[in-house]
Design a protein around this ligand. Structure first.
Ligand code: URA
Length: 434
C-alpha cells in the first residue's frame, strides 16, 4: 500500500477500507507518512466526507494509535465531557471541579485551540507551571489522588489525534464531521472514562452551523462511543455568540474561577449547570434534573468546587495562588475599551469573528508549533439583547501590540450588529440526546 494511492482514492470520492485507514493512521503516527501527505488526506476527507463505517474505523484506528486506558482500577464510573469547539468555551474548567467535588472522578483528554475555537489545554497552560503532558502513570495517579485529571494527547495516548489535530488547526480542515467525530471519540476512548457527555455546539461560532448537522455529529459520536462500550449522552448547545463574557486564554481562566466563586456571567453559569446535570443523570447519581441541580448547587455555594479546582491545578504543577491572585496570570500591556458607535440593541455578536480576532491577537496559532500569547483577548460588557447607548463600552480589548489592537478593534466592531428593535432571545440548550 502507498499513502499517495489512499489520498487519491479519497480525493476521487471513494470509501476507504479499514486496512487503508489503519495503514494511513498508523504510518502517520510512526512518522513514516509525512505531514504534507496527512494534510492532503485530511483535505480530501474534508471535501469528500466519510461514511459511518469509515468514520468509525478512523476513530478506532486513532484511538489504538496509543494505549487504551483501563480506569476500572480507579473507579467503574469515571466521568468525562467534551465540547465540539466554541468561542469562550471554558466549561471544563468549571464542570470538572463541580463533578469532582461530589466525589465523582473526572478524567479527560482535551485539545488545544482549533481554527477559531479556543482549546482547554491552552487556557489551563496560561496558569504558571500547569502541565498537560502527563504520562499514563501520572494521569492515573492524579485521577486517584485528586479526582480530576485533564491531559493532552501524548506519545502514549491518542498520538494520531495529537499529530492530526495540530495539522488540521492550520490547514483549513477543521470543520469536517468525520474528522471531528474521530478526533473527539478517539480521545474519549483512549482516556478510558466510562461515562461521557458530549457538548455539541451549533451556530456561527461552532463547526456545525445548523441544528441538523450538530445532531448528526452528536448521534454518530454517541453511536461510536456506545459501540466501544461507553455510556454516552449529548447536549446540543448554542454558539451563536461567545459563551460567557471572556474570550482569550488567561481571561477565560479568570472567568472560570469567578464562576466557581459565584460571580460568573449568567449564560455561562447556566450552561455549566446544564452540562453537569446531564453528566449526573447519565451516570445515574441523580434522580432527575432538580436533584442534579441541588447536588451541584451544594458544592458550588459551599466553595468545595473552588477548592477542588485549586487541588487539580496544584496536582498538575500549576500555581494554586491563581485562586486568589489573578496577577500571577499573564497580563496584556494594552487594555482599552471599545465603545458603542450608536444607540441600539445588540442584535448579534458573530462568534467565529470574535474567535478569529483572538487568534490574530496572538491567542491562537497561525502555523503548527507557534507559541501563543496567553494574555490577549476580549471581555464583553454586554451580550446579545442588551440595550446600549452611543459611547458606552461594549467590551475591553486586551492586546500586546498596537497594530494588532487596531485591527482587532475594527474586526470586533464589524462583528457586532446593533439594531433599533430587540432581537429574539438566543436559546442556550437546543436539545438533549441520551
Ligand atoms: N474537539 C476535538 O477534540 N477535536 C475536534 O476536531 C473538534 C473539537
Amino acid at each position: 500500500m502507498r499513502a499517495v494511492d489512499i489520498i487519491e482514492k479519497k480525493r476521487d470520492g471513494h470509501a476507504l477500507t479499514r486496512e487503508e485507514i489503519d495503514f494511513f493512521v498508523q504510518g502517520f503516527t510512526r512518522g513514516e507518512i509525512a505531514d504534507y501527505q496527512a494534510a492532503a488526506w485530511a483535505m480530501a476527507i474534508y471535501l469528500r466526507g466519510m461514511n459511518e463505517e469509515e468514520t468509525t474505523n478512523l476513530t478506532l484506528s486513532m484511538a489504538h494509535s496509543g494505549e487504551i486506558l483501563d480506569l476500572a482500577s480507579v473507579s467503574p464510573r469515571v466521568l468525562d465531557k467534551h465540547s465540539s469547539g466554541g468561542v469562550g468555551d471554558k466549561t471544563t474548567l468549571v464542570v470538572a471541579p463541580l463533578i469532582a467535588a461530589l466525589d465523582l472522578p473526572f478524567g479527560k483528554m482535551s485539545g488545544r485551540g482549533l481554527g477559531f475555537s479556543g482549546g482547554t489545554l491552552d487556557k489551563l497552560e496560561a496558569i504558571p507551571g500547569w502541565r498537560a503532558n502527563l504520562s499514563t502513570e501520572e494521569f492515573i495517579a492524579q485521577l486517584k489522588r485528586i479526582g480530576i485529571v485533564v491531559a493532552g494527547q501524548t506519545h502514549d495516548l491518542a498520538p494520531a489525534d495529537g499529530k492530526l489535530y495540530a495539522l488540521r488547526d492550520v490547514t483549513g480542515t477543521v470543520s469536517s464531521l468525520p474528522l471531528i467525530a474521530a478526533s473527539i471519540m478517539s480521545k474519549k476512548i483512549a482516556a478510558g472514562a466510562q461515562i461521557i457527555v458530549l457538548d455539541v455546539k451549533v451556530g456561527k461560532g461552532a463547526f456545525m452551523k445548523t441544528e441538523e448537522d450538530a445532531t448528526a455529529l452528536a448521534k454518530l459520536m454517541v453511536k461510536i462511543g456506545q459501540g466501544a462500550g461507553r455510556v454516552v449522552g449529548a447536549v446540543i448547545s448554542d454558539m451563536n455568540q461567545p459563551l460567557g463574557n471572556a474570550v482569550g486564554n488567561a481571561l477565560e481562566v479568570v472567568e472560570a474561577i469567578e464562576t466557581l466563586k459565584g460571580r460568573g456571567p449568567a449564560d455561562f453559569v447556566e450552561h455549566c449547570f446544564a452540562v453537569a446535570e446531564q453528566i449526573l443523570l447519565i451516570a445515574g447519581v441523580a434522580q432527575n434534573e432538580k436533584d442534579a441541580r441541588a447536588k451541584l448547587q451544594g458544592v458550588w455555594t459551599s466553595g468545595k468546587a473552588l477548592q477542588k479546582f485549586g487541588d487539580w491545578i496544584e496536582g498538575q504543577s500549576g500555581t494554586r495562588r491563581v485562586l486568589e491572585d489573578y496577577a500571577v496570570l499573564p497580563r496584556a500591556q494594552i487594555t482599552e475599551e471599545v465603545l458603542a458607535p450608536r444607540d441600539g440593541f445588540i442584535a448579534a455578536i458573530q462568534a467565529d469573528e470574535v474567535g478569529y480576532t483572538s487568534v490574530d491577537l496572538g491567542g491562537g496559532r497561525a502555523k503548527k508549533g507557534d507559541s501563543i500569547d496567553y494574555a490577549v483577548g476580549i471581555v464583553f460588557k454586554h451580550k446579545v439583547g442588551a440595550c446600549v447607548t452611543r459611547g458606552e463600552p461594549l467590551l475591553a480589548l486586551h492586546a500586546n501590540d498596537r497594530a494588532k489592537f487596531d485591527a482587532a478593534k475594527a474586526r470586533l466592531l464589524a462583528a457586532i450588529s446593533l439594531s433599533d428593535v430587540p432581537p429574539a432571545p438566543l436559546q442556550l440548550i437546543h436539545k438533549i440526546i441520551r
